[in-house]
Write a protein that binds this ligand. Structure first.
Ligand code: HEC
Ligand code: HEC
Length: 236
């Protein structure tokens, strides 16, 4: 039923990408971590509205069609790191990230026009609950595996308290699930977080990764790309 509309969706997405440069207003820019007085996850905006609503699975599935062009129908994204894995992510995290992208607190010019296809906070809640129910695929992109001992040591010292033993994060605290996430995507994110370029970053995490060398980041992310959270993972 839904799949019969896929070719049209693909064409529509193609047209939107082609047209995005001129047809869409540019993404706004909200002050983030680069500004003094930045408050991480401030309790304001449509995020708060969406968090209070109950998501509708059926409408969420329909709203997700446009997203599937990049993130794929099963939410797996791409091992080359261009598009993150989304399946099984906490609704709280998805709502926060999309709201941040929509209001220009997290820069994502490629996705911005598509984030704007969600018509209101209700649809933001709908798509987020749908994504959370997708099982996490097991074939994510992994690192070279050359420095896993250092990676484990760093993870256990500095990351596990927030991202969890299985990479399960924490829904209540807005800490993302990282089990099943692609190595290359995570490497880009931690590098941007360390260098102050992901503007919606958590300052506590920045403090930790600030002292990491590129080699440290690579090792810890390689280790993380092998974490598995049985509760939400595709059963083989
Ligand atoms: C044209 C491709 C494209 C489309 C369509 C798209 N996205 Fe994305 N999305 C991206 C990219 C690229 C990123 C990562 C950007 C970065 O590296 O910071 C991303 C990131 C995300 C994130 C943050 C993930 C994380 O782990 O922090 C969420 C959530 C997300 N997208 C949800 C959606 C939803 C929901 C839709 C549909 C309404 C959608 N995306 C449509 C390209 C796309
Ligand atoms: C204080 C809690 C905390 C600690 C400690 C922490 N993180 Fe995070 N991490 C977060 C939060 C919160 C986010 C999402 C930030 C946001 O709101 O956009 C995040 C995001 C990330 C992301 C990007 C995820 C995505 O889907 O885009 C990666 C990768 C990551 N952390 C890796 C690490 C590593 C590696 C360490 C240890 C060196 C670490 N984190 C330590 C809280 C933490």
């Amino acid at each position: 039923m839904l799949s019969s509309t896929k070719p049209y969706i693909a064409i529509a997405v193609g047209a939107l990408i082609a047209g995005a440069a001129w047809a869409q207003p540019p993404a706004p820019k909200k002050a983030g971590i680069e500004q003094e007085g930045y408050v991480w996850n401030a309790a304001e905006g449509e995020k708060i509205e969406a968090l209070e609503l109950t998501g509708d699975m059926e409408n969420g599935e329909e709203a997700y069609e446009v997203c599937s062009a990049c993130h794929l129908p099963n939410g797996a994204g791409r091992p080359d790191g261009t598009f993150p894995q989304l399946a099984g992510q906490h609704t709280t995290v998805i709502i926060k990230q999309i709201a941040d992208i929509r209001e220009g607190l997290r820069d994502n010019p490629i996705m911005y026009p598509f984030a704007k296809t969600l018509i209101d906070p209700q649809e933001l809640a709908d798509v987020s609950v749908y994504i959370q129910t997708l099982p996490i695929p097991q074939d994510n992109g992994r690192g070279p595996g050359t420095n896993l001992e250092l990676g484990k040591k760093l993870y256990d010292e500095n990351c596990v308290e927030c991202h969890g033993n299985f990479g399960e994060g924490d829904a209540v605290k807005f800490y993302p699930v990282l089990a099943g996430q692609h190595y290359k995507y995570m490497l880009r994110q931690v590098t941007e977080i360390r260098d102050g370029k992901r503007r919606n970053s958590n300052p506590e995490m920045v403090k930790v990764v600030k002292k990491y060398t590129d080699e440290d980041l690579d090792a810890v992310v390689d280790y993380m790309s092998r974490l598995e959270w049985p509760e939400r993972t595709v059963k083989k």
